[in-house]
Design a protein around this ligand. Structure first.
Ligand code: SAH
Ligand code: SF4
Length: 387
């Protein structure tokens, strides 16, 4: 008997038992094909076809077990299960608000936790607010997440996993074409998405794929506090809708509320927005404006806002300030918010007032925060990926 095959068989067995099994459920299509070949599960000439088959099971049907892949042979199922996993991250806490808003605290790895929020009756039928980072490096004074130090960027797989966890809980597999509960995605959870553009762009590629979760790029909104140099790349790479956290109409106040403004002041920010790829009347930018009592809510500021936006296809989302433990602001009165909105409306801008959702479970805008900060002193040094 020729000993060569036996030796190579032994070697591959050893490799399989010692190497950790790779999770396939958050890989992009090309990564999936490459992973199958690298693990010698599939021959290179069959990789694309096999990846397409698995893709549909993972992203259209949402399966977490290779045994559920009914058009894959038993033998191949076993090979895949030996070399890969499809497991979800752990849901540490699940809360449901009186208004139907759901919040999940997800643990991706020890000390790496972030929150995801599902808000019914937003967008076409319901929006999922996903986190792009654990914590945030920016310190907007009105934001709870800003009080938490950055632990690290979430990977594309971890961002996609938030959508998968929500879909599991909403029992929305296989991915429906019509009448979805989860119809829109907003990057308005924890973190600054434009400091993690690689992860965000790959995640958008995965969830917008028509053979999978299939949420169109026009139903995906990325919100930024104003990382101007990344606006162009965001539009080019993702074709996502843009939201800008504006909150002030002059540099002095914005410097205070959104400290990143000191780096990219209003003039640069507005020029960056005007140049956003694909901006048109059909694809407007959203300006988010948190209503802070006595700070940024005067009629004069509403008029200044109209002037600032001059000519940009835009709508304004007025967000009543959501308090959190120890927050230094109060929310503007209802009448003040109405008067502010009326000025914007008269100038021809749609300016819906965002109804606070899930406040009772601290799931509303700017209330998210995880306990991951507890680890930051020593563990951060080892956990943060080398940049
Ligand atoms: N870092 C990004 C995305 C996450 S914040 C950004 O800043 O745009 C999502 C939205 O919630 C932003 O518009 C943010 O300004 C707003 N927000 C933060 N704290 C808030 C609070 N306490 N009440 C209401 N909105 C808040
Ligand atoms: Fe970070 Fe956005 Fe909060 Fe500012 S508002 S601290 S950028 S998450």
């Amino acid at each position: 008997m020729d000993p060569a095959p036996i030796i190579s068989l032994d070697r591959s067995r050893r490799a399989v038992t010692t190497a950790p099994r790779r999770n396939l459920s958050g890989l992009t299509r090309p990564e999936l094909a490459t992973a199958l070949v690298e693990a010698s599960a599939v021959a290179p000439d069959k990789a694309k076809m096999r990846a397409a088959q698995l893709w549909r099971w993972i992203h259209h049907h949402g399966v977490t077990d290779f045994a559920a892949m009914s058009n894959v042979s038993r033998e191949m199922q076993a090979t895949l299960a030996e070399r890969f996993t499809l497991t979800r991250p752990q849901v540490v806490e699940r809360q449901i608000s009186r208004d139907g808003t759901r919040k999940w605290l997800i643990r991706f790895a020890p000390g790496i936790e972030a929150e995801t929020v599902y808000i019914p009756d937003v967008g076409r039928s319901g929006a999922l607010c996903v986190s792009s980072q654990v914590g945030c490096t920016l310190n907007c004074t009105f934001c709870h997440t800003g009080t938490q130090a950055l632990v690290r960027n979430l990977t594309a797989a971890e961002i996609v996993a938030q959508v998968q966890v929500a879909r599991d809980d909403l029992e929305e597999w296989p991915s429906p074409k019509e009448e979805r509960r989860l119809s829109n995605i907003v990057f308005m959870g924890m973190g600054e998405p434009l400091y993690n553009l690689d992860g965000v762009a790959a995640a958008i590629d995965i969830v917008s794929d028509g053979e999978g979760v299939a949420i169109s790029r026009r139903r995906i909104t990325v919100s930024t506090s104003g990382v101007v140099p990344e606006l162009g790349p965001l539009g080019d790479r993702t074709q996502a809708m843009l939201a800008i956290s504006l909150h002030a109409t002059n540099d002095a106040l914005r410097d205070e509320l959104v400290p990143l403004n000191r780096k990219y002041p209003l003039e640069q920010l507005m020029a960056g927005v005007r140049a956003y790829p694909g901006l048109s009347n059909a694809r407007r930018v959203t300006f988010e404006y948190v209503m802070l009592k006595g700070v940024n809510d005067s009629p004069a500021e509403a008029r200044a806002l109209v002037k600032l936006m001059g000519g940009i296809p835009a709508k304004i989302n007025l967000i009543p300030f959501n308090p959190w433990p120890g927050s230094p602001y109060q929310c503007s009165d209802g009448a003040t918010i109405e008067a502010f909105a009326a000025i914007l409306n008269r100038a021809g801008y749609a300016s819906p007032i965002r109804t606070p959702r899930g406040r009772d479970i601290l799931a509303a805008c700017g209330q998210l925060k995880s306990e991951s900060e507890k680890l930051r002193a020593s563990a951060r040094r080892t956990l943060e990926p080398a940049e």
